[in-house]
Design a protein around this ligand. Structure first.
Ligand code: AMP
Length: 545
């Protein structure tokens, strides 16, 4: 027997119309590429998203056709989130930090028909437009008077001139909630990038989940600053959850340095922010020397790569800001787990609470997870047994766009997505990532977690960033070394750092060497790029070999 409730599809257009009706005067503030601050409301956002939908109809775009963005976090990009997906097209957010050759490859692979870009990325578009013949409309996200006279891009329009003649009335089409809404290519450290193709259903369910109290706890009382880019897995779903809750939104545009982020937070009363550890590292380095304090920030979600415990305690103890450590992936929309205490932990001593909060956290309802050993058998949830982490759920990839399904089947035939991460899960369901399976260091038949080794180095006051990699060793197979970028003007020797490890980890896990580097190479989403580091250190030899 079927239930007798209304069968209304979960569509992204309903999010923006909800926000326009119930939070019409809540603000969306953006630092623009031009440098100034732009301010408007959800009502304006909805009206302009409808104008954009009309402009896309005017271009003759069919349902399901792809519209790409190469843009910072800002209001025009937000309009694309709703105008493109809401009208039944697929928003393809492109990471501008990729090499232009890679950008051209993914534009062609996605078969993008329209490409909208911030003027900062004009050089990328100039480099690729001739190689992307399927793009029939190039749009610069700016006012008409900001268009360069001679861009070399045929038919280039300014976004404002493009949408200005369009009506702000639009009948959002109704369709199956499983229809594709947006897509994001993985960073693709090996081979060509692969795309996750999200649906209206997956994005809407994820938006509900992301707003939950033990997840991001978003509400109409918050002022939210997503530093995480809108080209990195839909800014972790924040644009959708923001429309769902009616929180104030603050977009940083291109200014991602510590000073600009700090000033924006203070000026706009930001209560909640989200970003990868490298961004928060820059913010803290800006604040510390001048003794600056946060006046409104209460919570921050840190994810995308492991949050060093030293960063967690700095935020919590020195600034009174709660840190939510989060784990997820492009293939997971992206949220999988977040870390917060349970009721029974509230009476624990502070250091025991910190031990828990360092983990990647508990699964959100909607995400099932398990760890399996080399024999394919599920490992115990005892906080010690580790294995490959597998997940399943309604916002997790089933099949890659134009690709194959990565899922592995269990005895019941359920498909599980292999994350490529190695993890433990404790009896309370807290998951902790040990490593990416390809980064784990195998020494004398035992595993060393590169994350653990990095976290210890990061707790040293002279260290700005640390990356641990395994080096070939004739006897042990691999031995760890740690590459370190020091803080400006900080003094630190190899011996001092190795001594710092003593007592903090098993003796055999202490790195064999410290290599000082100017900077740790970062990938397109601000994560450490160990492949590049290994390449840079290809002639390196372990001491004594
Ligand atoms: P991406 O799809 O580019 O967002 O990368 C996903 C990968 O980032 C995951 O499979 C993890 O290896 C890593 N990752 C994300 N969040 C965390 C975290 N909190 N701690 C450790 N690794 C993380």
């Amino acid at each position: 027997m079927l239930g007798l409730m209304q069968n209304q599809p979960l569509l992204i257009s309903s999010l923006i119309e909800f926000a326009a009706r119930h939070h019409n005067d809540a603000q969306i503030v953006s630092r623009r590429v031009e440098g100034d601050i732009h301010r408007y409301t959800y009502k304006d956002l909805a009206a302009r998203s409808r104008q954009l939908a009309n402009a896309l109809d005017g271009e003759g775009l069919e349902q399901g056709e792809r519209v790409a963005s190469i843009a910072w976090n800002g209001y025009r990009h937000m309009e694309m989130y709703f105008g493109v997906s809401g009208s039944g097209r697929v928003l393809h957010t492109i990471n501008p930090r990729l090499h232009p050759e890679q950008v051209a490859w993914i534009v062609n692979h996605a078969e993008d028909c329209v490409l909208c870009f911030d003027m900062s990325f004009l050089p990328i578009v100039q480099a690729i437009h001739a190689k992307c013949p399927a793009v029939k409309r190039w749009v610069a996200l700016c006012d008409a008077d900001k268009l360069p006279a001679d861009s070399g891009i045929p038919g280039l329009l300014s976004y404002e001139a493009w949408i200005a003649p369009q009506s702000d009335r639009y009948h959002w089409p109704q369709f199956d909630e499983n229809t594709a809404s947006s897509m994001c290519y993985t960073s693709g450290t090996t081979g060509n990038p692969k795309a996750a193709l999200y649906s209206h259903r997956s994005s809407t369910l994820h938006a509900y989940a992301a707003a939950l109290p033990d997840v991001m706890c978003l509400s109409a009382r918050d002022s939210v600053l997503p530093v995480v880019p809108m080209f990195h897995v839909n800014a972790w779903g924040i644009p959708y959850s923001a429309a769902l809750t009616g929180c104030k939104l603050v977009f940083p545009g291109p200014a991602l340095d510590g000073k600009s982020i700090y000033e924006l937070m203070e000026a706009e009363g930001v209560t909640f922010a989200a970003g990868v550890p490298t961004v928060w590292q820059m913010l803290l380095s800006h604040m510390k020397p001048g003794g600056l304090r946060f006046s409104t920030l209460k919570r921050t979600v840190i994810g995308g790569s492991a949050c060093p415990p030293a960063m967690l305690s700095t935020f919590q103890d020195e600034y009174g800001v709660s840190v939510l450590h989060a784990w997820g992936m492009t293939e997971m929309s992206p949220l999988g787990t977040l870390c917060s205490l349970k009721n029974k932990h509230l009476e624990l001593p502070k250091d025991e609470q910190m031990q828990i909060l360092q983990k990647q956290g508990r699964a959100i309802y909607g995400v099932e997870m398990k760890i399996i050993g080399d024999d394919g058998k599920e490992q115990a949830w005892d906080g010690r047994s580790y294995g490959d982490l597998l997940v399943r759920g309604p916002w997790i990839v089933d099949t890659y766009y134009k690709g194959t399904s990565p899922l592995v089947r269990d005895e019941q035939g359920h498909g599980w997505f292999p994350t490529g991460d190695v993890a433990t899960i404790d009896a309370d369901g807290y998951m902790q990532i040990t490593d990416r399976s390809k980064d784990v260091i195998k020494s004398g038949g035992e595993w060393i977690s590169s994350i653990d080794i990095e976290n210890i180095a990061m707790a040293h006051p002279a260290v700005a960033m640390a990356a641990c990699i395994g080096m070939p060793h004739p006897k042990w197979d691999e031995r760890p070394i740690v590459a370190v970028a020091k803080k400006p003007n900080a003094e630190l020797t190899r011996e001092e750092l190795l001594k710092f490890y003593e007592g903090k980890t098993a003796k055999w896990q202490i790195p064999d060497d410290v290599v000082f580097v100017d900077a740790i190479p970062l990938g397109a989403t601000g994560k450490m790029l160990k492949t590049k580091l290994r390449e840079e250190l290809k002639d390196y030899k372990l001491p004594g070999l």
